[in-house]
Write a protein that binds this ligand. Sequence first.
Ligand SMILES: Cc1cc2nc3c(=O)[nH]c(=O)nc-3n(C[C@H](O)[C@H](O)[C@H](O)COP(=O)(O)OP(=O)(O)OC[C@H]3O[C@@H](n4cnc5c(N)ncnc54)[C@H](O)[C@@H]3O)c2cc1C
Length: 540
Amino acid sequence: MRRRDFIGLSAATLALSACEPLARLRGLGIPLSVLRPGMADGHRLRDAIKLPEPGGELSTGVAILGGGIAGLTAAWRLAREGYTDFILLDGPEPDGNAAATRFSVGAENYAAPRGAHYLPLPSRESTHVREILADLGVIRANPQSERPEYDESALVHSPEERVWYQGAWHEDLLPTRALPEAEAAQHRRFEALIASLRTARGADGRKLFAIPIVESSRDPVWRALDRLSFAAWLRREGYTAPSLLTYLDYASRDDYGAGLAGISAWAGLHYFAARDGRAANAEPGAVLTWPDGLQTLARGLGKYIPAGQRYAGYALRIEEGRNGVRVLCRDKDGKVYTLNARRAICALPLHVAARVVPNLAGYGFDARRHLPESAPWLVGNILLRGFPKEQAGVNLAWDNVVHGSRGLGWVVSTHQDLRAARPAHTVFTTYRALADATPRAGRDLLQRAPDTELLALALEDMEQVYHPLDLWRRMQAVELILRGHGMAIPRPGYLDNPGLAALRSTDGRLLFAHGDLSGYSVFEEAAWWGDIAAQRILKG
Ligand SMILES: Cc1cc2nc3c(=O)[nH]c(=O)nc-3n(C[C@H](O)[C@H](O)[C@H](O)COP(=O)(O)OP(=O)(O)OC[C@H]3O[C@@H](n4cnc5c(N)ncnc54)[C@H](O)[C@@H]3O)c2cc1C
């Protein structure tokens, strides 16, 4: 440590620097909250021996069960088409993985995502996302054109991303220029392949890799890649450069919650090749983001729900009968009632649906064989006073990644702030998929690990980069969000999961909608299934 680093730090702070993170946090009086959305309710459902008796009844045309992006999109579509006889039941977490937090400091509020934080420019096939964005004012003109015009404040500002490699920051997420030619040549080969796959079509004339995934080509030659892991495919194709493999492993954990060996090769390529959206006013590859992440979109969708029709509480049991769907619900005060609906949309994560829809197998989904494995995630929101000191001449980016780390770096909630001076505070949101062991072991860790261990995981990347004393004296509050079942992992074989295919095509009184139906989880897929379910209802 250099001597000048001591200046301005109290003796107490210095003594604390040797302590474990939680003691340090407590010693500095920094509040810590640890949230486990849905965990207690979910475990109660799992362990329930006997369901409670309902104490009342309620009726509606359509019951939308689940207040994540899928449920909210269903509500948006119904309301937009003039069908308002519905109720949306939020479950344990309004907005689901698109939820956000707000820290108050004096008169200022600092929002930050608790999960989903960005949306790539939507592909040509994502017509539903373009419609949503146009309705919410994010697309300003020509929503279905090759290059729509976007609201500048949502297009990520420069510098968008950087990677920490061998003690210095580099532009982009792959430090190609800092590497020997043999490695750089492999980066170029991979990039060229992806560029060609972005426009490639299968024998059926469809794009090889599309978002939503169901619009992708069914060409068996390409779909055969789904039988291999991404790691095996990379080996087969001679991709051996450690820097490339490290980067691709990061990308795989970032998008799918599992490393290269744990995901389908088809999914690995889809991540890169399907994202081909363009904008009239942004570079290719730009993304849309807001201080609170995708909660801005969730809120915009939620505004379509008529007043009084969004309910707190959750579904305990969903059963289709001859005349409709009966949903046993518990409200926020613990009261149990029956919600009778002519039709219902089950927009719940499938591991929850497997508990509350007793006849799920009757819809073609056998939870023991068809339930996608889900990845556990840890998200950390760190409220900071000012900004940690950067290396001379280096600017903080929106997305900051440490090459070779098991963490996924952090995004900066105030990055899109357009002010003359930097804000007094900021929130760094750190991400980590617990991908080093089985998902079950990751969930055990989230459930049992002491707060100090969770905190250390959440801070690991920032502590590698910033001077710890500078970082710690700026910390004002920490919120950890533990998502035991964050997102479905696209394991090899996921494209042909017959249970998912069955739920996707269900069109009776009970319909299904959730990102899980695609076998992996992004905004576009969740919104797609919500939209499809609503359109089926509108068709009668
Ligand atoms: C850490 C993390 C980061 C992510 N980042 C991004 C990103 O940057 N961009 C992106 O596109 N995607 C991201 N995703 C993927 C994200 O999951 C999707 O974008 C999308 O938000 C999923 O929406 P959903 O409706 O399918 O599901 P969920 O968000 O899982 O919503 C499910 C809903 O069901 C409700 N529910 C649960 N149980 C019950 C019950 N018994 N009764 C009633 N309701 C119930 C919940 O309260 C919740 O509202 C991220 C995911 C994670 C975990």
